[in-house]
Design a protein around this ligand. Sequence first.
Ligand code: MEV
Length: 442
Amino acid sequence: MKRKRDRIISGFSKLLKEEKLKLVAEYFENPGEVVSLLKSFWHSDEEKQKLFDEFSENTLTNFVIPYGVAPNVMINGQTYLVPMVIEESSVVAAASAASKFWSERGGFRSEVVDTKKVGQVHFSWSGRAAVLHGLMPELRQHLMSAVKHITANMEKRGGGVLDIELKDFTREIEHYFQLLVTFETKDSMGANFINSVLEEFAQALKVFMANRLELPDEQRQVEIIMSILSNYTPECLVRTWVECPLSQLDNVDETLSGEAFARKFEKAVRIAQVDVYRATTHNKGIYNGIDAVAIATGNDFRAIEAAGHAFASRDGQYRSLSRVEIEDGMFRFILEVPMAVGTVGGLTSLHPLAKYSLDMLGNPSARELMMIASAMGLANNWSAVRSLTTKGIQAGHMKMHLFNILNHFKATDEEKASAAEYFKDQKVSFAGVAQYLTSIRK
Ligand code: MEV
């Protein structure tokens, strides 16, 4: 019998994996089938499966997403094979087509603007801001020596705490101050390092203030609200662009000269700079490429996206992350995005495929990975806006989607081959594919 879904389950995490599976399956009409379906996605190598199980809590099985590769990605003269993990059918195709196109026009150019990361200790204190400001030079020294045991290794690698700034928010929230800390974390994403340092800072701040015997009692107390890194990293920034003479865009569309195409393309990008509805979709297309690389290399795509969307709103309006310049007969398409990524530590070294992805990229530094991921963002943005301003997006999308529709109708390999041939020069639609299958199945 199907279990009612309004039951509270206690102690679920303590059950064995098999018990969890069984319990979950009871919520379905066909528990036996559910258990075998979920088990069919278990890794055949028990060691590997155990590793995946331990990445998260309450793991039942694995959720498989295609792992593809974009070839011909030329960045600053070096060519990469870029691994991409994504479920959307057209993303790898878009990245590959754009990379090939631009590899014939000098490739992507990229530069890391800066690599600073940020964290905050949020606290309440009841004195005047000027007093705290006055204590800052001494407090800084005290805090830095309190974290020596955590920062020593990072400092050996050229990273560490760069600066500690006091921020006064008492106008917005009574007694609320913040230590805004900047970090350099070299090739690691650095989340654990940053959070450990911040929590240690918080304790050291309390001790420091408790020992300020010259202050009245209540001002010797600090209430720590929280200590956490910020995912807004406008100073961990990469700039990536492509450029060519307008004449080299002559064949992009048979009805438009290179210059006419470039002007139309530029207008489409400008629309995403002034209109939030378009900007959101435009930037989503950029993150199609960036996220796929982030996932393939074991990086935190939510952090990367959160920073990007906040950065896109930095002047108060959400805008396109990319822009076009047309000057002196040259077309230039530029993407500037914050990108906090790592190539050591975390999932990058634990997930066997993330490790392999980094190998495929030649074991890049974090700076190099910032350039690679942003190039795939720009590549996807180029392909999307190129299609949108010429033949429209659906032609390419639906061609890529054809196999999904065929799988939906459980088409055989033979039917798939015949449909692929038939739809080569036909418009693909769900209804059209259904009709075609009915006709050949008769
Ligand atoms: C689809 O995943 C992404 C696009 O909508 C992006 C865009 O409109 O620029 C095609």
